[in-house]
Write a protein that binds this ligand. Structure first.
Ligand SMILES: O=C(O)C[C@H](O)C(=O)O
Ligand code: SF4
Length: 518
């Protein structure tokens, strides 16, 4: 069958851009329910407001909802005679174009050298999986699953001993315990509230595939397997009792969706695989005409488009409460005295300069001198989407925080070595950093993960860049910001909201120890 390649490429481009910029309707509905459940005035409610604004901004500007546009994974079903090689070619060209246009972050990195290919193409990227079917049209689905939530995927081999829950055996109740534990261990690091796909059975790789396949189910479908339906309902009802909440700030909603699938296993193995997806659950699909390559239908878009920017009464009260609560304004360079005044729970607004630094920069700074004077400065754990204009100026297209815990081995030492006073990221950091904050006089600020448009809007200028050899997401960008808002979640007095929420959620988890499915 001869395909219209140009049209096919255009359709794939549309699929990529829509997936990156327009959150599906079923996901929006789940976020709306979470918003309505949250109590006015809490940090979780404030975060959900920011998330809602961000979703709207991404829509309006046709820009990435989150700066991490993930490992693009396509699942494609084709009629018997379709040329799959042509589809691969069309996808590759569309990916390159979408990257050039700032709709995708250049995310494909050589695992050994660290070199970024710059166009999202490389060994194993993007992932494209084909299946044949007996229909006469093409079904193409795409998920852009970011790294922070991918890192929170977990696989259990039953029987297992689980913290808080004890023995998980090779039965439905053991599976229940694994799923509850998977939500606990993710904490806020995968940008909760999240969605989970669970795969029961298979081997280590097919189990994870099955888990990820569940993420292609609609959020509001009903599992046809009665046991699994009950399990899904149970998890949805009870996981929210863990109190982890949006971004791990505590709150009513920790989980937005749970989908479970099952396949056979071999006698010796019993795997339960869990794929965790952040609230920025970017997956869409299209039906394509097999010859013309034209889009006939969009998937996951049934029902009304929920307007998340519309505020309920409770939300209005939240907005007022957060406006009137004390907001501390900081401008770099910051003094130790200013930092020592900050306490967990304070809302901080930053004006002036901050420097981005993530994995490559932290390793570099631990072995080398800094290209800029970091004394009193703010480091932002962020890998932005950047575009250069015709006259050579850089523009920020998306710039939310990345998961900070990866920098735990370096952070405290670097703060002391260079005199850094504040780090901004998400998900919190561990005991080594907490100790350094206390000794040195530093603070950890939690920004809202995934709110890449909201934060890009706070960035008023790109004043320079160092270490571009690490690639766009990993370079050290010098950013001029105004009204950049974040919450103090670790202070210089030994307090950590993350430590507290971890402890309290573990206690709550242990309430689910007794058998439910016998
Ligand atoms: O890579 C990023 O920018 C963020 C990542 O998805 C994360 O959640 O840590
Ligand atoms: S930053 Fe958060 S929202 Fe963005 S991809 Fe990572 S986990 Fe998802």
């Amino acid at each position: 069958m001869i395909m219209n390649l140009e049209k096919l490429q255009e359709s794939m481009y549309k699929l990529i851009v829509e997936t990156s910029t327009n959150l599906p309707k079923d996901v929006r509905r789940a976020i709306k329910v979470a918003k309505e459940r949250e109590n006015a005035g809490t940090r979780a409610a404030m975060s959900l407001d920011t998330i809602s604004n961000n979703i709207k901004m991404a829509d309006d500007q046709v820009s990435p909802i989150c700066q991490d546009t993930g490992l693009p994974t396509f699942k494609i079903k084709t009629p018997i005679a379709t040329n799959q090689l042509q589809i691969i070619e069309a996808i590759h060209k569309a990916m390159e174009q979408a990257t050039k246009d700032g709709k995708l972050r250049p995310n494909s990195v050589d695992s050994l050298t660290g070199e970024n290919s710059g166009n999202n193409l490389g060994a194993g990227t993007p992932v494209i999986k084909f299946e044949q079917w007996d229909k006469d049209y093409i079904d193409a689905r795409l998920i852009l699953k970011g790294g922070g939530c991918e890192n929170k995927n977990i696989q259990y081999s039953l029987p297992a001993e689980l913290e808080g829950l004890g023995r998980a055996g090779r039965d439905l109740d053991g599976i229940r315990k694994c799923i509850m534990h998977s939500v606990y261990q993710a904490q806020g690091q995968g940008c909760s509230a999240g969605f989970i796909g669970v795969g029961i059975g298979g081997d280590r790789s097919s189990g994870y595939d099955l888990a990820k396949a569940q993420l292609f189910r609609s959020v509001d479908d009903v599992n046809p397997n009665e046991d699994l339906r009950k399990l899904e309902d149970y998890v949805m009802e009870n996981a929210n009792e863990l109190g982890i909440g949006t971004m791990g700030f505590g709150g009513e909603t920790t989980l937005l969706g749970c989908k479970v699938g099952v396949m056979n296993r071999i006698p010796a193995s019993f795997f339960v695989s869990v794929a965790y997806n952040c609230w920025a659950f970017r997956r869409l699909g299209i039906h394509l005409h097999a010859e013309t390559g034209e889009i006939n239908e969009w998937l996951y878009q049934e029902g009304e488009l929920v307007d998340l920017s519309q505020q309920s009464q409770a939300e209005k009260e939240t907005a007022v409460a957060s406006e009137s609560s004390d907001v501390v304004t900081l401008q770099a360079p910051i003094t130790e005295e200013q930092i020592r005044k900050l306490k967990v729970g304070d809302v901080v607004q930053i004006n002036g300069r901050m420097f981005t630094g993530r994995d490559a920069i932290h390793k570099y700074l631990s072995d080398n001198d800094s290209p800029v004077d970091l004394n009193g400065q703010v480091i932002y754990h962020c890998g932005p989407v950047m575009l250069k204009d015709d006259v050579g100026n850089w523009h920020v297209k998306a710039a939310g925080p990345t998961t900070s815990i990866r920098e735990e081995p370096y952070q405290g030492d670097i703060m002391k070595k260079f005199g850094i006073r504040a780090v901004i990221g998400k998900g919190g950091m561990g005991p080594k950093t907490l100790k350094a904050l206390e000794e040195h006089g530093g603070v950890y600020l939690n920004a809202i993960g995934g709110a890449a448009q909201y934060y890009a809007d706070c960035i008023k200028s790109v004043d320079g860049v160092d270490l571009m050899n690490f690639g766009i997401p990993e370079a050290m960008w010098h950013l001029g910001v105004e009204g950049f808002t974040a919450v103090v979640t670790m202070d210089s007095h030994g307090n950590s909201l993350h430590k507290d929420i971890d402890q309290s959620s573990l206690e709550k988890l242990s309430q689910f120890k007794d058998p439910v499915f016998k």
